[in-house]
Ligand binder design. Structure first.
Ligand code: 5RP
Length: 242
């Protein structure tokens, strides 16, 4: 069930404080290596927020000439609050590098994103980025994405039809709700349906099939997108796409 998947994902012998430190270690490692004079994509979520703060500190201290593009309203607000130079995504052709978090990353650096509901803007920016680096804590890397929760973003009108399709095809769908009980709306006003990736799933076929369903806007499978994963820890681990 969804609760079991979530519980399994939380399973770690690391304390909350350790996990936060690991996220920050990954963020700082990457922030220290960002080149000057680039357009930089800023990811979303708690790990990406550590990166935004770390790169902001470097920009200020070293007077770097770096302009940024955000992947969510939340990240845009954080970056604006810090006074970073932000660009409208529609005014640029490409992003040099995007640094983002991820929910789960497999052995091939394919991953699931959207735990923080920002998958649509994240994928848009990732697709226009020359390089994508993911910063994660050690709970995130897994051998496979099988059995993991995958968010599917649907338009509110007709979202129920997509839900029925997913239910009838064994994907165990569940609309995502906020803590106050209201249905969660993404930055684009869409809904999220969390499904479970079946055992032995062909990820490419699953990705294409989901995109084919009318009413599906995007999903959180990020295949062949991540170029490098940086895992936080006292010894930071860097895994590059082969
Ligand atoms: C948001 C995302 C996030 O990058 C992902 O959920 C990881 O978040 P966190 O760093 O808070 O664990 O994909 O849509």
């Amino acid at each position: 069930t969804r609760k079991q998947v979530e519980a399994a994902n939380q399973k770690t012998d690391h304390t909350h404080e350790q996990i936060e430190r690991e996220k920050e270690q990954a963020a700082q490692y990457v922030a220290a290596r960002i080149p000057n004079h680039i357009v930089l994509g800023l990811g979303s979520g708690t790990t990406a927020a550590y990166f935004v703060k770390a790169i902001h500190d470097r920009i200020e201290k070293e007077h770097l000439d770096i302009e940024c593009v955000a992947t969510s309203v939340g990240t845009q607000q954080l970056a604006e609050k810090l006074g970073m130079r932000m660009l409208d995504v529609n005014t640029i052709d490409a992003v040099e590098l995007t640094v983002d978090g991820a929910d789960i990353v497999d052995d091939h650096l394919d991953g699931i994103k959207g735990g923080g509901a920002a998958l649509l803007f994240e994928k848009l920016v990732a697709n226009m980025s020359k390089r994508n680096v993911w910063i994660v804590d050690p709970r995130k890397p897994r051998h496979t994405l099988e059995g993991q929760m995958l968010p599917v973003e649907v338009v509110p009108f007709g979202g129920m039809g997509v839900f029925r399709y997913l239910r009838d095809h064994g994907y165990q769908p569940a609309f995502r709700f906020q803590e106050n009980g209201d249905i969660l709306a993404t930055d684009s006003g869409n809904y999220l349906i969390d499904i479970t990736i079946p055992k032995d799933a062909d990820l490419q076929a699953l990705s294409e099939n989901l995109k084919k369903q009318t009413g599906v806007v995007e999903h959180g499978l990020f295949l062949n997108i991540c170029d490098e994963m940086v895992v936080g820890g006292d010894q930071v681990k860097v895994v590059k796409r082969e």
